[in-house]
Design a protein around this ligand. Structure first.
Ligand SMILES: Cc1cc2nc3c(=O)[nH]c(=O)nc-3n(C[C@H](O)[C@H](O)[C@H](O)COP(=O)(O)OP(=O)(O)OC[C@H]3O[C@@H](n4cnc5c(N)ncnc54)[C@H](O)[C@@H]3O)c2cc1C
Length: 473
């Protein structure tokens, strides 16, 4: 009896180069060939913001070109679509790169069951070190980055592999990628209100070639990374995060392009390791995708009334009157990406100055970010909120004005995203409301809160949370 084709299920590995699971699929299938397949999961699309879905559709379009038009796209729940397609095409093996979010693990386990005799082979991962592989000497997973990093560093980083040289693709009827964008963002939380109507950001260059080009441009700049990475007005970071999110590049490829011994390179590789750390923490603590990692912080009172919702929307629109926060939030709206330093300041502001639930902010980031990723986003938020891994404890509150003075001293970043402040020089353009009294620019919003008062309020709530936790034992 002749053997059927293998099916390769593309997920977070939308590339041909250094795609180890794809190479294994091709090798295993031999002359029977491989069906390159993407399942457009309608539930995920409805809950994802249009900016990221637009980027995903472009990435798939570019992948399809590299596959010579062979990509098969089908819409629906993979638990239904995969078994049906396997039957339709007489597929004998399914391959995919392993995924690690709690939802993806559940889905894959169920798909494997439903495929029955046709094996689902999960190979490699979107990380250098597979989540769940780094342990302390006493075989405990880490909740603190620095010791995790030390052990992570001892793992070998394999050389990236070339794309398949003579792949044998098998195609089938396919559906339009444009439908993805139509389905995107149909389900959103009620507290978003009218901000959900804000236009999506334009889609940047997508796909494997665009990612390789960005990496080539960044590699010579890595030697300034240590200093430039904190200055939001200069292109000091790689901006590869959306590509890493969808796997149009693998972190192995990134790290191999910047290997070396300088401090700047080490700092850059550390940032890649943060991505791996958060995936590992999520792997061991699946609840941390929606719940606090530190149980004490469950008792932190947050505001949810009508005024809180209005404040949330002002924050999301970049209209708090705090220039660095507003510039960052508008960068997110305008480009779908936000500088890491400003993400930290904007997140801290939402939690500690507006007293809102970090999940509201995390949801908005996931809605707007091109790189929106459950592990990095939820834990980036929990870090800023003081509810997650190590570092910034709750009582450390970022001062948004001091952060602006330190990291945007000449106001270049603030001027780039807040046109109302264009006539206002630093340092006034870094002050709440664009400066006090007569200097306040007429078109820029007055501060919606007083930072000093709200900082004190945050500390009061923090003390209360600790007390409640202590009383409840
Ligand atoms: C509140 C908050 C939310 C965040 N949400 C996300 C998210 O949804 N998706 C996401 O990819 N990153 C997220 N980050 C981490 C970080 O801000 C971005 O990865 C980084 O800004 C991407 O820009 P870059 O590619 O130029 O980074 P570079 O500085 O060039 O770093 C290279 C890569 O390392 C990884 N990286 C860098 N910093 C971090 C970090 N602090 N945590 C985890 N990985 C990191 C990213 O994959 C990044 O592309 C968040 C951070 C915070 C504080």
């Amino acid at each position: 009896m002749s053997r059927g084709p293998a099916l390769f299920w593309f997920r977070r590995d939308l590339r041909l180069a250094d795609n180890r699971a794809l190479l294994e699929a091709l090798e295993s299938a031999g002359v029977s060939g491989v069906v390159p397949f993407f399942c457009a999961d309608e539930t995920l699309l409805r809950g994802a913001g249009p900016t990221r879905v637009g980027f995903l559709a472009e990435t798939l379009d570019s992948l399809d070109s590299l596959l010579g038009g062979a990509l098969v796209v089908r819409y629906g729940d993979p638990r239904v679509v995969l078994p049906a397609l396997v039957k339709e095409l007489g597929v004998t093996e399914v391959f995919a790169t392993e995924e690690f979010t709690p939802a993806a693990r559940d889905r894959d386990a169920r798909v494997a069951q439903l495929l029955g005799d046709v094996p689902l082979r999960l190979i490699d991962s979107p990380y250098i070190v597979r989540p769940g592989s780094v342990f302390s000497q006493s075989h405990e997973p880490y909740k603190v980055f620095t010791p995790f990093r030390r052990v992570w560093d001892t793992f070998e980083i394999p050389e990236p592999l070339a794309p398949p040289s003579t792949p044998q693709w098998v195609s089938a009827s396919t559906e339009s990628l444009a439908r993805m964008v139509e389905l995107a963002g149909r389900a959103w939380p009620e507290y978003f209100g009218d901000i959900v109507e804000l236009a999506p950001a334009p889609t940047p260059a997508a796909g494997e070639r665009a990612a390789a080009q960005m990496l080539a441009e960044f590699a010579p700049r890595v030697d300034q990374y240590g200093t430039d990475r904190n200055i939001p007005s200069v292109p000091g970071t790689s901006q590869l995060s959306p590509h890493l999110r969808f796997g149009s590049i693998h972190p192995r490829q990134v790290v191999h392009s910047v290997l070396g011994d300088s401090d700047d390179r080490r700092v850059f590789v550390s940032e890649i390791a943060w991505r791996e750390f958060y995936a590992d923490v999520l792997f061991h603590n699946p609840h941390s995708s929606y719940d606090v990692l530190q149980p004490t912080m469950n008792h932190l009172p947050v505001d949810t009334d009508a005024k809180a919702r209005e404040r949330f929307r002002a924050w999301a629109r970049g209209e708090t009157g705090y220039p660095l926060v507003d510039a960052g939030m508008r960068q997110l709206l305008d480009t779908g990406w936000m500088h890491n330093r400003v993400r930290m300041v904007a997140a801290s502001f939402l939690v500690k100055h507006l007293h809102l639930d970090w999940r509201w902010g995390a949801k908005w980031f996931m809605w707007r970010l091109l790189d929106g990723d459950v592990a990095s986003n939820q834990h980036g938020w929990q870090w800023a909120a003081g509810t997650g891994t190590d570092a910034a404890p709750y009582h450390r509150v970022f001062n948004p004005t001091l952060q602006a003075e330190r990291f945007d001293p000449d106001g270049a970043f603030v001027h780039q995203f807040i046109p109302e402040l264009s006539g206002v020089a630093a340092p006034q353009c870094l002050q709440p409301g664009g400066g006090d009294g007569l200097l306040a620019p007429p078109n820029y919003v007055r501060p919606i809160i007083d930072a000093k008062t709200e900082r004190d309020e945050a500390l009061r709530r923090f003390a209360l949370a600790r007390e409640t936790a202590a009383n409840r034992g």
